[in-house]
Each structure stands twice: as C-alpha cells, then as structure tokens.
Design a protein around this ligand. Sequence first.
Ligand code: ADP
Ligand code: ZN
Ligand code: ZN
Length: 751
Amino acid sequence: MEYVNVILPLALPQLLTYAVPEDFSGKVLPGMRVEVEVGRKYYRALVYSLQDEAPQGFVVKPLRHVIDLMPVVTAKQLELWKWIASYYMCTMGEVMTAALPNGLRTTYKPRTETFVRLHESVQHDALLEKTLNTLKRAKKQEKLLLDFLDLTNGVTDATVPKKILMHSYGASVATFNACVEKRIFEVEQREVGRLDRSAVATKNMPVLSAAQQTAYEEIKEQWHAKDVVLLHGVTASGKTEIYASLMAAELERGRQVLYLVPEIALTTQLIGRLQQLFGNIVGVYHSKYSDEERVEIYTMTGANNTSPPASPPLQIIVGARSAVLLPFAKLGLVIVDEEHEASFKQLDPAPRYHARDTAIMLAAQHGAKVLLGTATPAVETYYNAKSGKFGLVTLPERFHPVPLPAIEVIDSISMRKKKRMNGLFSQPLLTAIGEALEKKEQVILFQNRRGFSPFVQCAECGHIPQCKHCSVSLTYHKQQHALVCHYCGYTERLQGHCGECGSANIQTKGFGTEKIEEELQQYFPDARLARLDLDTTRAKHAYRRIIHDFETGQKDILIGTQMVTKGLDFGRVSLVGILNADNLLNFPDFRAHERSFQLLTQVSGRAGRKERRGRVLIQTAQPHNPVIHFVQQYDYHACFNLQLIERHEFAFPPYVRLIGVNMKHTNEAVLQQAAALFKEHAGAALGHRLLGPFPPAVPRIQRKFILSFWIRAGRQDNLPEVKKMLGQHFEQLRAHQGWSGLEFAADVDPV
Ligand code: ADP
Ligand code: ZN
Ligand code: ZN
C-alpha cells in the first residue's frame, strides 16, 4: 500500500496522510495535486511526500482523485517551501498559498481560439476551382472563400484565426456557417496563450563604460569565491546595464535569470528596456496580473512546460517578491535590484518571508549566483559584505558625466518664523519649482503620505474621527469626499459637522499627496501635475499611464509617495523636493534612520540623471540631524558606521536576530491573560531575550486588539530550537479553554 503526505491550503501545523487507491498506484508523485476529504469537505491538496508504512493511531482515508499527470511543483520548490515554513515560522499550507497562483489551486481554464482552414476535400487546386464555380450564385460565400485565400496568400493548407477572417472583411456568421456546412471550411479549437509574447529584441547590448566593465569583471571574479555579491553603485551609475550584460552571459549558457524588483512601478520602464534587449523570453510576474496570466508564466518558467508550443519558454523572469517561488527549470543567476527595499519582506499574511534572503536559498539549490544591487545597501547586507560573507563591488560614479545633485537643506522651523512658509511649501522650494518650470524642466515632489490630510479635527471641541475597527485616525480623501482608514479600508462620508459637538467648523490637518497637488496647482495654475500613489494606481495600467505621461513630457510635476523614489529613470527632471523629512526621521522604529537615509538618497537620485546637475531641496525641522548631513554629503559609510554603533549599543540586528510576535484577539481581557501566560512560560526559557508585552503603534486593527513581543536572540542561541519552542507555546495557548480565537503572527527578521 502507498501513502501520501499532503499539504492543504489551510493553516494546519502538520501534513495529512492519505492512502493511494489501487487505481492510482504508482501514478502519484510529490508535487502533484490531489483531491482529498477533510471533515466533510473536499479540498485540493498537494502531495509533499510518499511513504510505504501505514501511519499508526488513526484510520487513513483514501485520496479521492489525482488531478495531475505530471507534478506542478518541483522537488526543489518543495524543499524551498520547507525551508520557508520552518525559517519564517508558518505552515506549508501558507507557503503553498503564496507560491501557487490561484488558478493552480482551483480551476484554470485555458483560453482557446477558433481557427479556420479549408476542408480537406477542397484543398486541391482543381477541387477548389470547382468549388468556386459552384458558388457563382452564392456571392457572399464566394467572397468569403476568396477573402480566406487572400489572407493565406493562396496557401491552401494554412489556418487563419476565425476572428481575423470575420473582422477583416465583415462577413456574417450565417455566411460563415453555410461554408462550414458545405464542407468548404473546417474549424478547430486551439489553446492560445494570454500573454503578450510579441516583443522583439531591437537593440544591441549596451557598450559598457570602462568603470562598468571593471565592475562587471570584478563581479564575475568574486563569484568564484562567493555565491552572493553586493554591487554598491551610486544612483544612475548604470547598474541596469551591468545586470543586462551578466544576464546575456547567463542566457548563453542556457540558464534562466530571476530579476527581482521591489515594486511594479519599477517594472514598466525596466521591462521595456529588457524586451528591447532580449525579446519575448522576458516574462513578468506580479500581483496585478490576472490569475490566468500568472498560471501561464508559472508553467512557462517550469520544467514541465505545457505551454502552447508556439511560445518559447521564459528565460528571464522579472518579478516582485513572489517570483522567487516560481518553478525554475535551470536557474543560473538571481539579481535583486534595490535590495535594501523593505517591500521585499511580506508583512501579511504569512509566510512573512524576505524575498532577498529566500532568493539566496533558491540560488544555492540551483548552484546559481546572486547579485544584490543598490546605491544604499541595507545595514545587514553591507555588514555581510564587510565581514566577507558576501563579495563587494563598488561603482562610485554616474554613467553620464554629471555630478550627483546638489542637496540643500531647508530649516522649516526658521522659515515659518520668518513667515516664509506657505502651508507645506517654503519660499525657496516654490522659487526653485518656478525656475524649473520656466526652463521647461521637470520636477518630482515627495511626500510619504497619501490622501488629502492625515486627519480632520473639530476646531471647537478638538474631536478627531477615528476608525471604528482600528485605533487610528481616519485620513481625509478629498476626491472621494470620504474619511478612510489606511489599515482596514473602512470608509465613511465626511460629515459637515462634528460627530461630538455638532460644530460645523471642521479643519483638515497635515498634508497628504492629494492636498499637495491641490495647493501646488494654486501656485502654478499652468503646470501640468501628476500624482503617483496607491490611490492613483489601483487600476491595472494606471502606473504605466502616469509614468509614460511624465516620461514623454506631458506632465511637468510628479507628486508621489515612496513610489517615486524607486529606480525611475527620467532624463528631464532637474529638481526634486522633499516636503517633510521629519515624518521619516521620527518614525518609531530602530531602522528609521537607515530608512530615511535610503529614501532621501534614492529620491534625490531621480534628479539630474543625464544632462545638467540636478538640485534637491529637503525641508525639515531637524536640519542638524546627522542623517540629513550624511544624505547631503552622499556619505553612505558614515551613515553605516553610526548605525552600527547604535545597533551594537542597543542590541539590534546585525548583532542579534529578531523575531517579532503579534498576539491578537477580539477580546482585550483574553488577550491580556494570554500574553501574561506567554510571558511566564516562554520567558522562563528565554529570560531577558523576551521583551514585552507592549502595545504596538496601532494597538487595534480590524476589531482585534494586539500585543507585541520581541525575541532577541544572540549569535550563540540555537534559533531553530527557539522557533520550535515558540511554536509549541502558541499551540498550547490556543488549546486553552475559550482561547481558540487567539492569533499569533511571528515575524522573523522583521524589516
Ligand atoms: P542605476 O540603475 O544605477 O540607477 P541606470 O542603469 O538607470 O542607473 O543608468 C542611468 C542612465 O544611464 C540610464 O538612462 C541608462 O540608459 C544610461 N546608461 C547607463 N549605462 C549605459 C551604457 N553603458 N550605455 C548607454 N547608456 C547607459
Ligand atoms: Zn466638535
Ligand atoms: Zn480601520
């Protein structure tokens, strides 16, 4: 008898075992999908492993059905899933849900299209002639047959998509059907891809500058000794061109390349550049694609290629986070661009994995090399490079001989005192914008808050509307005329009067991108403004539109959140303005300064990339903050060194490993009791390594109260043991009478 251990799309801590019925004996392999019964429900599950011995202690049910003839998940993927589940403290089911496109978990319908060809009986020239003669009195049918021959250039055994035949000449369905009836045409359904595979390579590989060539060779050299190399290159140094050359070399060896980017905003420009170089072997994988499209990319990346034969397999996959979970057949190289970006880490739901670190594991499985690229390496990454774990190659100059932008710091407090501050705009910033517009140059403005204003307040009683489900104030969105919770999406209409005292004197407070857009338009009525943030990019192609319009000079000023900081390459931007650096600097997190340095440097890097030197204005109430100084001086090393001193002093990564634990429950009293018990039990083993419980910055989200803990493990601690022990405590607490609603979210290596 055979048995299979299967992964279910449920948050079960363990795999379930089923017996393989006679009919399927020998036909079930790891990585195949099967249908099984749990409780009284049927689920699609994935076979993880096989075993011969019957499990003890319970009655084994037979599996109901085997869905696949070939595995849809490779052995390497299963191995990686296992690593993710144990390292990031989640279940295999959660990893599977993240890894498999929905279409593979439920029902995927291939797209088919109708093709038309001449019926066999008329394919002979003589017979065709005869047929045409018989159609003398059926003019419409005669015309349709001639149209067909027109489309095929007279080739009688060619096929034509039905919709092309019908649309080009405007034939009616009745005429077409009559031709099929008379056995002039025959039709055939064919599976076609949904992906646009029409890209053709039109450009030659860029010729690398001397500095780029040296970096390129150094990277290859260092890969002899190290699997991971960090390319530390200033903004606009031409890292992308180095990546392209490395990719070309890898393709020549017949191996695939995974190119990870932090967000899709980056990809529209990048994909274009890569398709011009490599044509239709470039595939894009991200969450804004439909499920069907994702299934196709998934299959075309994999070894068991069942894609339509006309399309060549994908050799370069560009994707955000989850692309690291694709079934690569022969991976040779992973590039992680902007490796410092926090969005490589998944926050919710589990698996809370870091795509960069997971990519390093993935590459090791394939014997592939990894290149991490950025102008502002994450502290941990640079630490790994400095300590010799990773290789390190630097590219200190820009490709075009333009110096890095001049960065000026504007003291917003003293400006305000001198009455030179209009709302969020200082006089010097307004002047600089005016000058840039005058010269027909473009401007990027950065503000890390979307919406109109972060909150509204009653001027009479001071009341601030809060979310019903979360302990945060509601953000005002003017266009929707609504108050919106940025944590749970709860939305309510803005009332004309205060909910507490009834006063009509409601004031908007603070600045989001929407308000900046509105105010700016008042100062510059003729300027053409565009806004790039979560709200303006919800639709599938909205990103592309906004970036295209700015790139082609149809907009003058681009206002945006983080999204404008990432890797965009516009030639005509001469000025970058940061409206308020204080939001970043004061963020309550041990990485606030690291993040501020990265963000400010990256957004500055969007200015003056090609012709003239760019200019950056940073408005802040803390002009003497060391981070501001480091940004201004482009001094990554000084920033890094100061960070290390602080991290060492306060015991933060890279000197310790962190695990965050959020405990949640709808009942606050239950939560507090459970947290106290956890503190007592886990604390007995962990001692001072367990910090908490404490309420997080937003202590209630979607009706659930939250308490947090930190586990701070030293280098000598056995981390796998610690994680196992934590997992056991979670189980025990959940098993407690009446506490089954308790949720635990463990965040390993939080960012
Ligand atoms: P980075 O990724 O380091 O910020 P990019 O790769 O975007 O920089 O390069 C900056 C600009 O310089 C881009 O417009 C790019 O096309 C151009 N560039 C870089 N290297 C080359 C090269 N070897 N040949 C031609 N143009 C280049
Ligand atoms: Zn009021
Ligand atoms: Zn909410």
